[in-house]
Design a protein around this ligand. Structure first.
Ligand code: DON
Length: 305
């Protein structure tokens, strides 16, 4: 199967480069706005340790919101179900940085993947720890899951977002006014932008996702129930107000980031990472979504049977 998959991915890479409909990079974070959108990489981690990839699968990119899956995994490991008193688990139907939604929900964000919800999970992780230790915990989880210590934070991206992230600052202050932020907003925000600025390659991210896909041979870092629940949230909320369309087209739980990364989970079968930095109108990778759809159909991977 790996030879046939390699051929498929190589052809897919060529096709995508020929199409050239890349979308726009996320220029609201100036450092990401300088990236060439015409890039693509894909990596598929398989049961038993196999890895098949194509394109720029070894190029580092900013994982941004994909990090929220792993900070949630850390929070669930630390306090379990208690986190749901502070954040919901419903799809938002609004943009990932919506201010309107937060006021409607009285300061309890609808899910842990929209920015307000991720600020809450990061704030929870900061309990009893300094920002450096908190970041070390999330980075440590990713390194252990990927079995690779060469995963780091791009400080220039973190600085760039910290200098311009006025919307997230508004969300953090609103959370604070609703008594749903324990730390000073600038501490939670500073930790959050560094977590989002973790950079990884597609191969590293696909390897890290094996713990959610519960692939045989992957490190056992999540109980089957936690992995199932994280996957459910990825399916319902992982692509924000584009989650329904993504589920319809692809049929797999997935999490996007404005760096152009997507992590997809085919439970028990594969963990897939795709990167293409040009985004669609929802802030999700345009060519990444297209590649995910083609791969899922080709392999017959879907959680809907
Ligand atoms: O907070 C932000 O806006 C970014 N650091 C992350 C947003 C993001 O990746 C949304 N994903 N598509």
């Amino acid at each position: 199967m790996t030879d046939a998959l390699k051929t498929f991915l190589t052809d897919l890479d060529l096709d995508i480069r020929a199409q050239g409909d890349w979308g726009q990079v996320a220029d609201y974070i100036p450092e990401l706005g300088r990236i060439d959108p015409a890039q693509f990489g894909i990596a598929v981690a398989l049961p038993g340790g196999g890895m098949v990839s194509a394109g720029q699968a070894r190029q580092r990119f900013s994982i941004q919101s994909v990090s929220k899956v792993f900070s949630l995994a850390c929070v669930l490991g630390r306090i379990g179900e208690q986190i749901w008193t502070r954040v919901g688990r419903e799809p938002s139907g609004q943009r990932f940085d919506s201010i309107l939604a937060l006021e409607h929900e009285n300061g309890r964000p609808r899910n842990p993947f929209i920015n307000a919800g991720a600020l809450v999970t990061t704030d929870e992780l900061l309990t009893g720890r300094a920002p450096k230790e908190t970041l070390a915990e999330t980075l440590g989880f990713l390194r252990a899951a990927a079995e690779d210590d060469d995963i780091h934070i791009d400080k220039a991206v973190a600085r760039s977002e910290a200098a311009t992230g006025h919307r997230n600052a508004a969300l953090a202050h609103y959370l604070k006014s609703c008594d749903n932020l324990r730390n000073p907003p600038e501490i939670t925000l500073g930790t959050y932008v560094h977590q989002c600025a973790i950079e990884m390659t597609c191969e590293q991210l696909a390897r890290a996702g094996r713990v959610i896909a519960q692939l045989p041979g992957a490190p056992r870092m999540l109980t089957p129930l936690k992995a199932r629940r994280i996957s459910a949230l990825m399916m319902m909320c992982g692509h924000y107000d584009g989650s329904g369309d993504f589920a319809f087209r692809v049929g797999l739980p997935a999490k996007s980031g404005v760096g152009g990364g997507i992590l997809l989970i085919a439970p028990g079968q594969a963990s897939i990472a795709i990167w293409s930095p040009g985004l669609d109108g929802y802030g999700n990778s345009r060519m990444g979504s297209h590649a995910a759809e083609r791969l899922a159909h080709h392999m017959g991977w879907s959680v809907f049977g």
